[in-house]
Each structure stands twice: as structure tokens, then as C-alpha cells.
Write a protein that binds this ligand. Structure first.
Ligand code: P6P
Length: 338
């Protein structure tokens, strides 16, 4: 691709749509609006520190987590952008206790429901560490025209029609999948467009990076402790000891390991006896991306996307990344417990 051949996100979406004769363009239209919302959030994230958008809101979300001003800003803008596109009948967000139903005539006819963590890793905002948006899209189960119900949201991850993340980092990237592999788009601020920068992202089956909050070590399951010991042992033949890399921002840790190879782990801990990460709008969309890149994503025992959700903000243990690394930690968990 020479420097003048630019494929924008919208061109790519439409090109992809043309491969599906039955496609009516509604998912393409929805993904276009996700890109627009991401540009708006990026604008605010990039100038955070210069305007009064850092710091706490002085409120907490349904998770009991302090809401940052940018959390609320991102949440409000994604809800507004997706309401205006008319393809989504309802939205669930980490920031809201229950789902939001768009009760206007146009949105009632929307075929999709949208789930998101609008600004994941927001505790990093005030210290200028990269953060992300994570989203997941399903076809509604209820009839078009009717009011959405919880049944529309409590679908296994295998039912996702699209998923992705936006990484607000040294550059801003949007990575998404509709089930035909994953591609990455980098925002070119000079033209205000997400441009194709990673045509196809395939994750190495083996990696040499492990990502985990070692501060929780004492309370990790025995199988996880044994796997960490395995990662740290010297074995040149298998490139061990591995490197430990942990940013504390899920999208950042996953994105690095996706490109370089590696494993991300968030096991159960004393403060998070079911795991910390949310199944519906963190683990399922990331799992879709990871599997589409050739990796693996489980709860330590079974595929994340096979789990039948029971509640909107349900938490699960999460192991995701290079296929052989996730398989290995599962072996340790099976033998030593987890
Ligand atoms: P800990 C951010 O709060 C988040 O939800 C993820 O982005 C990140 O991977 C994880 O929590 C970090 O949690 O307990 O290690 O700070």
C-alpha cells in the first residue's frame, strides 16, 4: 500500500458488507456510528488535563466504582450516538444499573442491542496511561418493534454479530470483528478518519509475555501460582523466563499481547471471588476478538463465549491470549486447582 492508498473504516465496512449479498447495511451503519462516537471520545481523552474533564464526578456507578468525569462523558456520548443511528433498540453499559431502551418509533425497529464498557481502565486517565472502549453487538431475540427485554442481553458470546475495542493510546486505534477475522484502524487526526493500518491481525500461538496483577498473588488459586512459577523458571528452549507486562488497562494489555503474543489473566482474588472482569461487555467482546485472531479465551475451564450469562454485570475469571499459553494455564489449573 503506498502512502496515498488509504482505506478508511467506512470504506472497509462497506467493502466487507458487499461480501454478504443479504446484508442490508444496518450493521455497517451501526459500526459507522461507533467510529464517530470513538472520534468524539478521543477528542476529549486527548485534551484531558487541559480542560475540566479529569478527576472524579463525585458519584459512583452500579459497580460501586468512583465515576471519572470522562467515564460519564464517554457513556453519554456513546448512548447518544447509538440512539441517533436508529439501528439499536437498547444499550447496556458498565455505567448503568440496567439496560436503556430507546422507546422511539425508529429505535424500536432496531435489530440490534449494544453492550459496552465506555471507558475501561478509567483509573488510569488522571495519570495519562492508555484506556479503552469495549463493545459487543447482538441481534435482538425479541421481535422488532417490541420493547427489548433482558433476554436480548443475556446471550452467550458465541451469538455476537460484532465486537471490538478502541484503544486511546500513543495513537488511537479501533479493532473490530464481525466474525471474518479482525482488522485494526488507526485514527489519522489530520483527516479525522480511522484508516486501515492492520489489514489482518493474527495472534502468535505462543508468546513470551504474561500479564497479571501480581499484587494479588497470595490469594490466587494454586494452579495460577504454579503457572506463574512456570513462566518465571529458566528454560531457554521455551524462551523462559517470560516477561511480565501489566498496564492495568484491559484493552492495552490485550492489544499488546494480541500483536506480540502473550497471556492476560484475571483469576479470582480475595476482593473478587468470582473474578473482576464483566462477562457481557468486557470478556465476551475481547474473547471474540482473541478467538478471531487465532487465540483462546476461557474462564480457566471453558470457553468464555460458551458461558450462558445469568446477569448483566456478572463477573468471571478471565484467561485470554496466545492459544498455547491459555491451554497451558488451564492444564495447571486442572492439576493444581483453580
Ligand atoms: P486491577 C480497569 O479497572 C479494569 O477493569 C481493567 O481494565 C483492568 O484489566 C483491570 O480492571 C485491572 O484491575 O485489580 O489489576 O487494578
Amino acid at each position: 500500500m503506498n502512502q496515498f492508498e488509504v482505506t478508511t473504516l467506512n470504506e472497509f465496512i462497506l467493502d466487507n458488507q458487499s461480501k454478504f449479498p443479504k446484508a442490508e447495511g444496518d450493521l455497517s451503519h451501526l459500526l459507522h456510528h461507533v467510529g464517530t462516537a470513538a472520534k468524539i471520545i478521543n477528542r476529549e481523552v486527548n485534551k484531558a488535563g487541559l480542560v475540566d474533564i479529569l478527576g472524579e464526578m463525585g458519584s459512583t456507578n452500579v459497580q460501586g466504582e468512583d465515576q471519572k468525569k470522562l467515564d460519564v462523558y464517554a457513556n453519554d456520548h456513546f448512548i447518544s450516538a447509538l440512539h441517533s443511528c436508529g439501528e439499536v433498540c437498547a444499550i447496556a453499559s458498565e455505567e448503568n444499573e440496567t439496560f436503556i431502551f430507546f422507546d422511539d418509533e425508529r429505535s424500536r425497529l432496531g435489530k440490534y442491542v449494544f453492550l459496552m464498557d465506555p471507558l475501561d481502565g478509567s483509573s488510569n486517565i488522571d495519570v495519562n496511561v492508555s484506556i479503552g472502549t469495549i463493545f459487543s453487538i447482538y441481534k435482538r431475540k425479541t421481535k422488532v418493534g417490541e420493547k427489548a427485554t433482558m433476554e436480548d442481553f443475556l446471550q452467550p458470546g458465541d451469538e455476537q454479530v460484532a465486537a471490538g475495542y478502541v484503544l486511546y493510546g500513543s495513537s488511537t486505534m479501533l479493532v473490530y470483528t464481525t466474525g471474518q477475522g479482525i482488522s485494526g484502524f488507526t485514527l489519522d487526526p489530520s483527516i479525522g478518519e480511522f484508516c486501515l493500518s492492520h489489514q489482518v491481525i493474527k495472534s502468535p500461538e505462543d508468546g513470551y509475555i504474561y500479564s497479571i496483577n501480581e499484587g494479588n498473588y497470595l490469594k490466587f488459586p494454586a494452579g495460577v501460582k504454579q503457572y506463574m512459577k512456570y513462566c518465571q523458571e529458566k528454560d531457554p528452549a521455551s524462551n523462559r523466563p517470560y516477561s511480565s507486562r501489566y498496564i492495568g488497562s484491559l484493552v492495552s494489555d490485550i492489544h499488546r499481547n494480541l500483536l506480540k503474543g502473550g497471556i492476560f489473566m484475571y483469576p479470582v482474588t480475595e476482593s473478587a471471588p468470582k473474578g473482576k472482569l464483566r462477562l457481557l461487555y468486557e470478556c465476551n467482546p475481547i474473547a471474540f476478538i482473541v478467538e478471531q485472531a487465532g487465540g483462546r479465551a476461557t474462564d480457566g475451564h471453558q470457553r468464555i463465549m460458551a458461558l450462558k450469562p445469568t446477569s448483566l454485570h456478572q463477573r468471571v475469571p478471565f484467561y485470554a491470549g496466545s492459544k498455547n499459553m491459555v491451554t497451558k494455564v488451564e492444564e495447571f489449573i486442572k492439576v493444581f486447582g483453580g
